[in-house]
Design a protein around this ligand. Structure first.
Ligand code: AMP
Ligand code: MG
Length: 329
């Protein structure tokens, strides 16, 4: 049996179920952001997706810890009984006998500590995109000894065919260390192995966040142009950006520090799955100084700042261009 085969089968099933839940909530409820104490948005679907995935991990790998973005504290409060029952109703479409108590407990299974082997989960990465009707991703990765070994991105709103933006939507990207990256259509069809390369001039471009506060858009675009990426930049929410680089639809995803948040460190769950999806497709992923990403800390990438994920042919040129343009203190 191939290494990580059981893990792969479990996460493909769990992330597919979570993707169905998120799409159903989006169809039926429209946008319904709830503000967390830090004012970042969360929805019924964030909680539902975390519940579905943590239940699957807890059953299949009861000794593994899971570090998920959400916890059920907010949902357990008396004022949120209605929301917890909504979450439970959507979880029931995936797990018919789920109760509110179980749903809250599954969500809290994602409050694990960092161990030598742990899972990191963002049940909805790009919640702003999700609420807006744009791109988002369900991101799950397995980390061992600080290195990502397996990553999966569910991208329910991403077109299956990069050349048919108005065609069928919904893909999974699955990567296992040493085994390459596969793209699987969510609603049936052929899986394919993907490569982070491209010769089509339309795809010689940057992909970056849509949120101006999550980076430095003008500088990112100047750097992309300086390494010959002249097609107009693509902007989208979430780790779908890594999937787009991995399948050659863009050559570079760069995330510089926003001038207002220069001390910020990235969250592990915002990058672990995406990084291995690009690496196993043949691309290179580092921080803005060209250093490898260090996933050994659990919740934050304390040793890294920003991200450069690119096709192999341009990576060193991008690091050099960033070095010239970004003041290193
Ligand atoms: P994106 O969809 O690429 O805009 O990234 C979404 C992620 O950005 C969220 O999951 C947040 O964890 C993260 N984020 C929040 N604030 C910032 C910030 N000031 N700079 C960079 N990333 C941020
Ligand atoms: Mg996120």
């Amino acid at each position: 049996m191939m290494l990580y085969e059981q893990e792969k089968q479990v996460v493909i099933a769990a992330v597919s179920a979570a993707a169905n839940l998120c799409e159903q909530v989006r169809r039926e409820q429209g946008s319904l952001a709830i503000a967390k104490p830090d004012q970042s948005p969360v929805t019924i679907a964030d909680f539902g997706a975390q519940a579905v995935i943590c239940k699957a991990l807890a059953e299949a790998f009861p000794h593994d810890s899971v570090i998920g973005e959400e916890d059920a504290t907010l949902l357990r409060s008396g004022a949120m009984t209605e929301q917890l029952s909504q979450v439970t109703n959507y979880v029931k479409f995936q797990i018919p006998d789920a109760t509110p108590e179980q749903v809250a407990a599954w969500i809290d299974w994602g409050n694990g500590n960092v161990e030598s082997r742990y899972w990191t989960l963002d049940p909805i990465d790009g919640t702003k995109g999700y609420v807006r009707g744009d791109q988002y991703a369900i991101a799950l990765a397995l980390v061992e000894q600080g290195e990502v070994k397996l990553g999966i991105l569910g991208c329910p709103a991403l077109p299956v065919n990069r050349s048919q933006p108005d065609g069928e939507r919904g893909v999974l990207f699955v990567a296992v260390r040493g085994q390459g990256t596969t793209m699987i259509p969510l609603h049936g069809g052929e899986s394919q192995s993907i490569q982070a390369t491209n010769t089509d001039a339309d795809f010689l471009r940057l992909v970056e966040s849509l949120e101006s506060q999550h980076g430095n858009l003008p500088l990112q675009e100047a750097i992309a142009q300086s390494v010959g990426l002249n097609a107009p930049a693509l902007q989208m929410d979430s780790q779908a950006k890594y999937g787009v680089v991995a399948r050659g639809e863009a050559a570079l995803y760069i995330r510089l520090l926003s001038p207002q948040f220069i001390e910020r460190r990235e969250n592990t769950w915002d990058h672990a799955a995406g990084a291995i999806v690009v690496e196993e497709a043949g691309g290179i992923v580092t921080d803005i100084y060209g250093q490898p990403l260090d996933f050994s800390f659990g919740t934050k990438l304390l040793n890294n700042q920003g991200i450069i994920a690119s096709h192999a042919a341009i990576h060193s040129a991008v690091v050099a261009a960033v070095g010239k343009r970004v003041k290193i203190e």
